[in-house]
Each structure stands twice: as structure tokens, then as C-alpha cells.
Design a protein. Structure first.
Length: 151
């Protein structure tokens, strides 16, 4: 198992993984074009040349970034790979000089175990909601906002 920066050639496998979990109502859908446009933000978990996990770090503001599109194949869930992906994304944030990271998640318990705290949606910058406004779940969003301040 290897976690590495994503490459353009990984996009279709990342999309397939994200769509699987989105269809199971575990995360939001991401278009192929959105993944291509943001591929430099992604890391992937590889097993035998297959993408079995992914996550992205998107810088939103001066000292704020978001973890997006965090997914691990069912076969590899519960083995600490999601935690490892988050750790790498947090290290990437530190290297960029960002100490506050948030996530919008349908599974807040995962992030709470990693030290994230639930926060009111209103505390996040309005810029973040520009993506939410275009979501079909906007009026009935079940995602929970969580935040961690890195040391």
C-alpha cells in the first residue's frame, strides 16, 4: 500500500471511487472535470496499481483549507487508511503554512476521532458556500462542518 500525489492518469479511478461512495450517500458527487481541474490537490492510496483510496486538500482562504473527496474502498475500510490519508493532507497543509482545516462530512464521527470539532456552518467563509449553492442537496444538506487547528 502506497499513498502518493495523484496524477492525471488517476482521475477516472478516483472518479469511480468517489461515485461509488456518493451513490451510497456517503459523500457528494464530483464531476470528472472537477477532479481533473483539481488533481494537484489529491493524494491516492494504491494497492497493486489500483486506486483504493483518495482525498484532496483545497486551500480556501489565508489560513483555512478543506479536506474534500475522502474515500477508501470498502475492502480497505477500518484498516487506518482514511486516517493516513488525512494525516498526509494535514502535513501538506502545514507545509503550505495553513493551520486550520475543515471538512464537511456525512460521517462526522470519523473526523471527531481525529481531533476535529463540530462547528456552526455560519463560521465558515461565505466563499465556501458558492459550491454548496449548486448542490442538489443544498436545502436539505446533511453534511456536518468540522474543524481542526493544527499545532
Amino acid at each position: 500500500m502506497n499513498i502518493r500525489s495523484a496524477r492525471v492518469m488517476d482521475v477516472k479511478e478516483i472518479h469511480k471511487l468517489v461515485e461509488y461512495h456518493a451513490n451510497n450517500k456517503e459523500m457528494l458527487h464530483r464531476s470528472l472535470s472537477a477532479i481533473y481541474e483539481n488533481i494537484q490537490e489529491f493524494v491516492v492510496l494504491e494497492s497493486e496499481d489500483n486506486i483504493v483510496g483518495c482525498g484532496a486538500l483545497h486551500v480556501s482562504w489565508e489560513n483555512l483549507a478543506e479536506i474534500k473527496a475522502l474515500a477508501v474502498s470498502d475492502k480497505y475500510k477500518g484498516q487506518g487508511f482514511g486516517r493516513k490519508i488525512v494525516k498526509i493532507l494535514q502535513d501538506n497543509a502545514k507545509n503550505l503554512g495553513v493551520s486550520r482545516i475543515f471538512a464537511l462530512s456525512f460521517k462526522p464521527k470519523f473526523f471527531i476521532k481525529l481531533g476535529y470539532k463540530i462547528i456552526p456552518k455560519e463560521t465558515l467563509p461565505h466563499k465556501i458556500w458558492s459550491e454548496c449553492i449548486n448542490c442538489h442537496l443544498f436545502s436539505e444538506c446533511g453534511e456536518v462542518p468540522l474543524l481542526i487547528t493544527l499545532k
